[in-house]
Design a protein around this ligand. Structure first.
Ligand code: GDP
Length: 379
């Protein structure tokens, strides 16, 4: 899937740079352009692989907005024309989607990303998604409250919001800095693979895959590789999306990998996910990555059916991502995953942080779930 990336704030800029670098190093060619936007000049100066745009210079003089996400909203609103101008030519006719990337707990990204998504929706015909980082449990009250309001607003604006919980993709006992490095690296690999999966036909595994339609290999029907429309259709549910990933060593003989395909798919959803405990979803996409010879059709089909049971969705798409490796990987994308306990807990934490006392709304309708006014929209 060809994408344009816009990182807002410090975390947004760093993750966008990682994604652009990963895509370039792997030669996938999915990232069409990458821009980092910030009100803090030093954060922009530390980025080398993306274009940059400073905002709010007249208000904060390049010093950032601190943790004030309302100010983040204001400076993005004031300078939106410059940001849209910087994007001209980057969201070319080739981009099939735009991703706005931000840490939701800070100031510039938290406040600015929802505004940017809002304006991008008015300018571009392609889907505008958010890639948002939720603060970990120990990140403090201001981060939780900021992220609550930012999430509520960005869900209203974006076609879908892919969430990465800062508690999810790092090892226990890492320092905060070390954990951020690990998380950013994992986001780059996993989200990068998701972008690239729709690109498989052109760039990757040309020796073994030449057509994206079903093909036959050794007499066994093979699945098609993933197409970007399948990613877009999976995200069509709106609300919140989550991404899971896991790999295992695989045998050279696909017949011996049936259990491996099941087990990597289970791990991807249950332990390798960007949003712990998110298993209920409106739709899902299972991408099995590996050498075509190692991918067991029966195992993949079994995993896909298991995913239907586990998510409660009848809309589970599947496809291969051919790459050279002695491992088999599973990438699981969930769409419409806002009914997860993790999100409920997070919104509760955000409300508590704002000293709201009422019980949370457990409605299953995403619009309803974010419709209550105990957390104010940012704009
Ligand atoms: P901003 O520059 O004002 O938008 O704020 P930041 O991006 O620095 O922080 C916003 C949130 O992102 C907070 O919850 C931080 O803990 C988190 N964060 C900051 N840097 C990183 C990073 O490099 N990686 C990840 N995963 N999270 C980060």
């Amino acid at each position: 899937m060809k994408v344009a990336l816009i990182g807002v704030g410090q975390a947004g800029g760093k993750i966008t740079e990682r994604l652009a670098r990963f895509d370039a190093e792997m030669g996938y060619g999915a990232v069409q352009g990458a821009l980092a936007v910030n009100s803090a000049e030093p954060d922009l100066r530390s980025l080398q692989h993306v274009d940059t745009q400073l905002i709010g210079a007249d208000r904060v003089n390049g010093h950032g907005v601190g943790g004030d996400n309302e100010l983040g909203t204001e400076v993005m609103q004031s300078d939106i024309q410059q940001v849209l101008g910087s994007l001209d030519g980057r969201v070319t006719s080739k981009a099939e989607a735009v991703f706005v990337v931000a840490g939701l707990g800070g100031g510039t990204g938290s406040g600015g990303a929802p505004v940017l998504v809002h304006h991008l929706q008015r300018v571009y015909d392609v889907p505008v998604y958010a890639l948002g980082v939720l603060p970990g449990r120990n990140e403090g009250t201001l981060y939780q409250a900021n992220a609550g309001r930012s999430l509520k607003t960005i869900i209203r604006e974006a076609d879908s919001t892919l969430l990465v919980d800062n508690d999810a993709w790092h090892e226990q006992g890492e320092s905060v800095e070390g954990a951020f490095e690990t998380i950013n690296e994992r986001i780059a690999q996993r989200v990068g693979l998701l972008f690239a999966s729709g690109e498989a036909v052109e760039g990757v595994g040309e020796s073994s895959v030449t057509s994206k339609t079903s093909r036959t290999r050794g007499g066994a029907a093979a699945a098609s590789v993933v197409d970007s429309s399948e990613v877009i259709n999976t995200l069509r549910a709106g609300g919140i999306a989550a991404l899971g990933y896991a790999t295992e060593l695989a045998s050279e003989d696909s017949a011996e990998n049936i259990n491996t395909a099941m087990s990597v798919s289970r791990q991807a959803l249950l332990t390798g996910t960007s949003l712990p405990d998110a298993t209920t979803a409106d739709s899902a996409l299972l991408v099995v990555a590996g050498e075509p010879e190692r991918i067991p059709r029966k195992g993949v089909e079994r995993a896909r059916r298991w995913l239907e049971d586990e998510t409660g969705s009848m809309e589970v798409r599947g496809g291969d991502f051919p790459l050279e490796s002695d491992r088999l990987g599973a990438l699981v994308l969930l769409g419409g995953a806002e009914r997860s306990d993790r999100i409920q807990q997070f919104m509760e934490r955000a409300r508590e942080a704002k000293k709201a006392q009422e019980r949370e709304d457990r409605s299953s309708d995403p619009a309803e779930q974010f419709a209550d006014d105990r957390l104010e929209n940012l704009f």
